[in-house]
Write a protein that binds this ligand. Structure first.
Ligand code: DP6
Length: 324
């Protein structure tokens, strides 16, 4: 029996090995595999309701009705679902985040994971976890990694059904934290979606892609063995490689701000002084500092002493997307 409405909740994820560039931008088939962990303290909660009286889907985001680009992206995503599964009804979507959106804290990941899951339920699609992960990927690539729980790998794959994420370690495997130093809470100027489309114009992108299987292996092994030293080196290398590609694209994109660089330096200093901490930055200026439970208080204390940080958001490892 089909329900008239459904609610799902998803966490964003922070990538340790980054997705940057697509081989198929419509299907969001990535140029390389990636690894991430879900963030328990941050979430998007989305309710979808069938709306037979509406002439198209309707989006209410954090209490505000959206009409522009955001609505269009959601409509295109739902059109793909309806086409694949022969559904017709438009949906009313009400979505709430408990964290700032469009700042390089992957709001599109939790947004499309929650929407995919709620839409699958309201349309009664009965999907397996890999099928749901592939579906979420059509809305935002990184959303496929928010469907499974804990530490996830997204294998690039060749086509829609092959390109999905799966969990390789549960959330309680390793008590890592992400301490996010927010230095900018405005919407970023270049969205990830347009950034992906320039990636191939960097002379460094092919080298980054060719070396990805090696980095994926090191990162996965470091997580499985809980080897923080190895994890720290590989995630910082991977973040720097992605930002080097971004900075050398045509047109070039520089997401780092002076404050991002000061924090990256501070993180290196912390590590030299024996505090386990490592940085990674997504498509934004904010710095994610990854650390084990026993050093996260020291990391927060150190960050609090720095100037230019507007907010520090902290989160342990989170579970997968859930229907409520
Ligand atoms: C830098 O998944 O946001 O955060 O597929 O266009 O929505 P779209 O892009 P998105 O890209 C994420 C890029 C990244 C790295 C990562 O999360 O792997």
């Amino acid at each position: 029996m089909e329900n008239n409405s459904a609610i799902a909740q998803a966490h964003p994820n922070i990538a340790f090995i980054k997705y940057w560039g697509n081989t198929d931008s419509t299907l969001r088939i990535p140029a390389n595999g990636s690894i991430s962990m879900n963030l328990a303290s941050l979430h998007t909660t989305t309710r979808v309701t069938k709306a037979p009286h509406l002439e198209n889907d309707q989006l209410i985001l954090n209490g505000e009705e959206k009409t522009g680009k955001e609505l269009k992206r959601v409509q295109l995503f739902l059109d793909q679902i309806r086409k694949r599964y022969h559904k017709v009804e438009y949906l009313k979507i009400k979505s709430e985040n408990n964290f700032p959106i469009s700042t390089g804290i992957a709001s599109s990941a939790s947004a499309f994971a929650a929407l995919a899951s709620a839409a699958a339920m309201v349309y009664n699609l009965k999907l397996s976890e890999p099928e749901l992960s592939s579906l979420a990927r059509l809305g935002s690539g990184s959303a496929c990694r928010s469907i499974p729980s804990g530490f996830c790998e997204w294998k690039a794959g060749q086509g829609h059904n092959e390109s999905y994420a799966f969990s390789f370690a549960p959330k309680d495997h390793w008590n890592l934290w992400d301490c996010i130093a927010v230095i900018e809470n405005k919407a970023k100027k270049v969205s990830s979606t347009s950034g992906h489309s320039f990636a191939q114009s960097s002379p460094l992108q092919n080298t980054r892609i060719a070396d990805t299987p090696r980095r994926l292996e090191i990162c996965k092994t470091a997580i499985i063995k809980k080897d923080f030293g190895k994890l720290a080196n590989i995630i910082e290398l991977d973040s720097n490689l992605m930002h080097a590609v971004m900075m050398t694209c045509d047109p070039p994109v520089m997401y780092w701000q002076p404050g991002s660089i000061s924090i990256m330096r501070k993180v290196r200093e912390m590590r030299q002084s024996g505090i386990n901490a490592a940085f990674t930055l997504d498509a934004g200026a904010n710095v994610h500092i990854i650390c084990p439970e026993d050093s996260h208080r020291k990391v927060i204390e150190t960050l609090k002493k720095l100037s230019g940080i507007q907010e520090i958001i902290t989160s342990p490892v989170g579970g997968g997307t859930k229907n409520l």
